[in-house]
Design a protein around this ligand. Sequence first.
Ligand code: ZN
Length: 273
Amino acid sequence: MRDSGQANQPTEKSVRPWKLAEINYGAVRREPYEVAVLPLGATEPHNLHLPYGMDLFEGNVLGEKICETAWKQGARVILLPTVPYGTQTNQMRFPFAMNLNPSTLGSVITDLVESLVRTGIRKIVLLNSHGGNDLKPVLRELYGRTPAHLFLCNWYTIFGDVYDEIFEQRDDHAGEMETSLALAWWPELVARNPDGSLTADAGQKAPTRLDAINCGWVSITRPWHLLTTNAGAGNPHAATAEKGRRLTEVLVERIAGFLVELSRAEVDERFPY
Ligand SMILES: [Zn+2]
């Protein structure tokens, strides 16, 4: 190979100017970034077949695909490294459910927002992969205290209109939807039995003894060791890589489109109205 001596040099094609972890100060000084995207993940068990890093990997892969697409459409976006830990207070009876209390996570985000503000960024998108990360209070608390505008996208809530077109059953955690994403993007980390079936249980959820909770009129923070058998809430066995790719396409189209608009939008006193 003629260019083998440069095997470790990034080629022009491999440079990703929208990914902070891969670029240098020289590039940062040149590029006028408008929007920062901070993915938030978690480290927690996902039934018996999916890796602990699911929500972290979702943040990485979706963040990259979304920012790459938005960048190609002209958005001046910068993707920050994913926060690998989230709130797990109700999963802590499972080993290695690595918890940041809501107030701690809020402090982490507040400090990162301040760093972005010092950099001159005024538009910040929190791209959240983990249901236990309750982030709206962070937006409420920072409102009026920071010159930055914060936007929260819990991506797992934005495709209800096409959910039943893609998947057989709705689920909560480690079911058909997340397993399909894993099969699409990190299939080597999905555990299987010798016959090819997933090593997962059926992801059944136990009802509580109180009707109002089961009906959704009253909510609790659900203790996952009582709710589930092996930290799976949703049946994963109908998952396929194709379903994971279809979901990814929907998410990328929707969120990248938002980033393009957000990047172009002028920040005045009435923004975003
Ligand atoms: Zn998850």
